[in-house]
Design a protein around this ligand. Structure first.
Ligand code: BG6
Length: 534
C-alpha cells in the first residue's frame, strides 16, 4: 500500500498554475491574446516606404503573423513613390524588422511571411495609377483565394489624406458591393485636421467615399494595454468607483513626458506644436478614460459615447484669462542621459525664431456632477527629464485630524498612480504607524507591477489597432464627434495663443532634461497643488 503523502510539501506538489495574490490562477500565456480569427484579407499600405511603416506597421504585422493574429490567408500590398521591385521591397522590410526589433526575423516565420508581401510603385497623390492598384489587388486576391476584403492603411503625411482618399474612392476601391463583394476599411492616423473646421472638412471628404463603419481613426494611446486597463481598474473593482469623484479627489495630474526632441519631424511639428500633437488626442483621451462614467455595456459605441460626454463637459477656457489655465514652454539646450542636446530652435528644419511650444500644462475642469471643482492638470513636453506617462489621483486630506495632539506634522493624503509607461504599474500610497512607542506615521506604497503577472507577450499598441481593425472592432478608435469636441475645446485656445500680443512673453523656456518651465510649477501652486515629478 502506498504511504499517504503530504500534498503540501513542495516535492509532491503537482506542477502549479501561476497564482496571483488572491489565489486565483493567472491566465495561461497567450490565452487572452487573440479573440477570434479575422476574415482573410489584403492589407494595403499607402506610404509603404515611409517612417511610420518602417518603425511601427511592419513590425506589428510580423509579430501578429507570428502569434497567429493575422487571418489565413492574407496578403500585404505596399505602395509608394519609390521605384523598387517587390524583391527590393521585401529586403527593405526585412532590414526594418531587424533595426526595429534588434534581431533578425525568425527564419521559418520570415520565409512564410515574405511570400505575402508585394509592392507597387505609385505616387499616392496621383489618381491614374490607382486603377492599376485595383487590378493588381484583384489578381492577387484571386491568386491567394481571398475574398475581396481590403484594409487601406494611410501611412502618408496628413496633407495627402484628401488626395489618397479621393483616389481610392474614384478607383472604386472603397466599395463594399458589386465588383468588390468583401469589406473595405480605411485606417487614418491623427492628426485629424488642424482645427475644428479642417477636421470637419476632412471628414466630409472621407465620407464621400467611405461610410462611418469603414473608418478607423487611430489614437495609439487608446490601444496601450495600461490605458485600456483604466476601465478594468475602475469598473471591474467595487472599491474605487465610490470614491472616484469630487467628494474624495482633490485633483488629478495627467503627464506625458518624453525625452525625445522633435527629431526629423520639424516640418510637421512647426505646424503642430504640443497642443495639436499631444493634447487634442492623447492627453484628452487619457482624461476621458479617467473621468468617464461607466457605460451600460462594454461595447464600442457605448464606451465611445461616454468618452465623448467627457469632452462635451469640458469647461471652455476663459481666453482673456488664459494664463491662469495654461503654461506653454519651449526647450533650450540641455543635457539628457549625460548627452548634450540642442534647443528646439537649433533643431534641423526649425525656424530659429520659432514660437512653437514643445511643452504645455493646462488646468482643465469638467462641468458635471461627478467632477465639479476638481482640477485636472494635463502636462506634456518633449526633452524632459525622463520618459513617463502617468495618471496621478491625489485624494483629499482626512476630514478631521484626531492625531493632532500627538503628531506635529500634517498627514499626507493618499495618492493613487496609474503608470501608463514605461515600467507599467499601479501604486497606492497610504499612512501606517512607524513601529515604536512614540506615535509616528510613515507613508508606504503598495506597488503592483504589470511585469509580475505578464505571462505571454503583450500586444503593442500598433498590433492592437491592426488586429481590432481586422476584426472590425471600433472600441479603441476615435469617433468623429469625439474629434470635433476635442477641437471645439482646443481651437479657441490655439487661436488665443497664436494671435495674442504677448505671445513672446507667454512662452516659457526650459532647459532640456528638466521637468519643464517654472511657470508650470507656479500654476500648480496657485491651485494649492504640488508637482509630483522629480
Ligand atoms: C505621437 C506624437 O502621436 O506620440 C509624437 O506625434 C510623440 O510627437 C508620440 O512622440 C508619443 O508616443 P509614445 O507611444 O512614445 O508615448
Amino acid at each position: 500500500m502506498k504511504e499517504a503523502t503530504d500534498d503540501s510539501t513542495p516535492t509532491n506538489r503537482a506542477p502549479q498554475a501561476v497564482i496571483n495574490v488572491a489565489g486565483v490562477p493567472l491566465q495561461e500565456a497567450g490565452s487572452c491574446l487573440i479573440e477570434e480569427p479575422s476574415d482573410p484579407c489584403a492589407i494595403v499600405i499607402i506610404g509603404a516606404c515611409g517612417d511610420l511603416t518602417r518603425r511601427k506597421i511592419i513590425l506589428a504585422l510580423f509579430r501578429l503573423f507570428k502569434s497567429g493574429g493575422l487571418p489565413d490567408p492574407f496578403l500585404v500590398v505596399g505602395t509608394d513613390l519609390n521605384e523598387i521591385t517587390t524583391g527590393e521591397y521585401r529586403e527593405f522590410i526585412k532590414e526594418s524588422i531587424e533595426v526595429m526589433s534588434g534581431e533578425s526575423p525568425d527564419a521559418d516565420a520570415w520565409d512564410s511571411f515574405v511570400t505575402r508581401l508585394h509592392y507597387l510603385s505609385i505616387d499616392p497623390e496621383d489618381d491614374s495609377p490607382y486603377s492599376s492598384l485595383a487590378d493588381v489587388l484583384k489578381q492577387q486576391l484571386r491568386a491567394f483565394r481571398i475574398p475581396a476584403n481590403r484594409l487601406f492603411y494611410l501611412a502618408v503625411p496628413p496633407s495627402q489624406y484628401v488626395n489618397v482618399v479621393r483616389n481610392l474612392g474614384k478607383a472604386g476601391l472603397a466599395a463594399e458591393s458589386e465588383d468588390w463583394s468583401g469589406w473595405a476599411r480605411i485606417v487614418i492616423e491623427k492628426p485629424f485636421g488642424r482645427d475644428l473646421k479642417s477636421a470637419q472638412d476632412l471628414d466630409t471628404h472621407i465620407h464621400q467615399y467611405f461610410r462611418e463603419h469603414q473608418i478607423y481613426r487611430i489614437d495609439h494611446y487608446l490601444a496601450k494595454e495600461t490605458v485600456q486597463n483604466i476601465l478594468m481598474f475602475r469598473f471591474a473593482n467595487a472599491i474605487f468607483e465610490p470614491i472616484w469623484n469630487r467628494r474624495y479627489i482633490n485633483h488629478v495630474q495627467i503627464t506625458a513626458a518624453e525625452t525625445l526632441g522633435v527629431e526629423h519631424r520639424a516640418v510637421y511639428y512647426e505646424q503642430a506644436g504640443v497642443l495639436r500633437d499631444m493634447f487634442q488626442n492623447h492627453m484628452l483621451q487619457l482624461l476621458a478614460m479617467t473621468a468617464m462614467e461607466p457605460p451600460s455595456v462594454f461595447e464600442a459605441d457605448r464606451v465611445r459615447d461616454e468618452r465623448v460626454k467627457v469632452f462635451r463637459s469640458l469647461r471652455p477656457f476663459a481666453v482673456d484669462q488664459i494664463h491662469d489655465h495654461l503654461v506653454l514652454g519651449q526647450y533650450v539646450a540641455g543635457e539628457i542621459g549625460g548627452q548634450t542636446v540642442p534647443g528646439y530652435r537649433e533643431e534641423p528644419g526649425v525656424n530659429p525664431h520659432s514660437m512653437v511650444p514643445t511643452f504645455a500644462m493646462a488646468k482643465v475642469y469638467i462641468d458635471n456632477w461627478r467632477w465639479q471643482g476638481v482640477p485636472f492638470y494635463l502636462r506634456s513636453g518633449k526633452r524632459m527629464a525622463r520618459k513617463l506617462t502617468e495618471i496621478a489621483i491625489q485624494f483629499k486630506r482626512v476630514p478631521y485630524l484626531m492625531f493632532r495632539n500627538v503628531l506635529s506634522e500634517r498627514i499626507h493624503p493618499n495618492l493613487l498612480v496609474l503608470r501608463i509607461q514605461p515600467d507599467e504599474r499601479i501604486t497606492l500610497t497610504f499612512q501606517t504607524k512607524f513601529p515604536g512607542a512614540k506615535v509616528c506615521l510613515q507613508p508606504v506604497t503598495m506597488d503592483f507591477h504589470y511585469s509580475t503577472v505578464q505571462q505571454g507577450a503583450l500586444l503593442d499598441a500598433y498590433e492592437t489597432v491592426i488586429l481590432d481593425c481586422l476584426l472590425g472592432d471600433h472600441m479603441l478608435f476615435v469617433r468623429q464627434d469625439g474629434v470635433e469636441q476635442c477641437w471645439a475645446f482646443l481651437s479657441p485656445i490655439l487661436d488665443a495663443c497664436e494671435t495674442c500680443a504677448d505671445r513672446e512673453q507667454s512662452l516659457h523656456f526650459y532647459e532640456a532634461g528638466t521637468w519643464g518651465p517654472r511657470g508650470a510649477d507656479d500654476l500648480m501652486q496657485q491651485g494649492g497643488c504640488a508637482w509630483r515629478l522629480s
